[in-house]
Design a binder for this molecule. Structure first.
Ligand code: ADP
Length: 163
């Protein structure tokens, strides 16, 4: 049985994240989506808001997979959180060489610390590989349209939050 752990900030959830979640679910028996509590990043949405938004989108977009998905908050190292939830693989998306360099370094550090958790990378789908939450936040803050990057319910929450 394979249990995946997909960590991220999800501030906010984008079509890129949903693509990794959908494709990841075809590889594992169950998936824990971990929303990281970061002491350094200043998010737009609180942890509670992000947990709720992600759960809602999973029910909307993947209604028949809901039972396989758990959405949780975590603090500290992702590898510790993955172990805590009994996951055997960490799932990450690779968009570009920046992601590749950062993610492979992180995966190797995790392995060297003797974590039993393997990291599995999914190449971003080309049509959405340019999407990042950071840019979605910046565009939304400048009152730009982000409807091509995020599901409708997320766009509405962004608008309400920033107005
Ligand atoms: P971001 O890097 O966009 O601020 P996160 O920190 O929440 O978002 O990213 C969590 C994970 O999702 C990372 O593994 C990241 O590479 C992946 N990811 C984010 N956006 C995409 C995308 N457009 N396509 C594929 N993977 C993505």
């Amino acid at each position: 049985m394979l249990k995946g752990f997909y960590p991220g900030s999800f501030d906010p959830l984008t079509f890129g994240h949903l693509d990794i979640i959908t494709r990841g679910l075809s590889l594992v028996n169950s998936l824990v989506i971990g929303v990281g509590v970061s002491a350094t990043k200043k998010p737009i949405f609180t942890i509670e808001e992000r947990l709720e938004m992600i759960s809602l989108e999973i029910s909307n977009c993947l209604p028949d997979q809901v039972d396989k998905v758990q959405v949780v908050a975590f603090e500290g190292l992702m590898v510790h959180a993955a172990e805590q939830y009994g996951a055997n693989v960490i799932l990450r998306g690779l968009r570009n060489t920046g992601d590749f360099n950062y993610e492979t370094q992180m995966a190797n550090i995790n392995r060297q610390t003797s974590s039993p958790v393997e990291t599995v990378f999914l190449a971003a789908s080309p049509e959405i590989s340019h999407i990042s939450s950071t840019q979605v936040r910046q565009i939304a803050q400048l009152k730009g349209d982000v409807s091509m990057f995020c599901p409708t319910s997320i766009c509405e929450k962004l608008k309400a939050k920033l107005n």
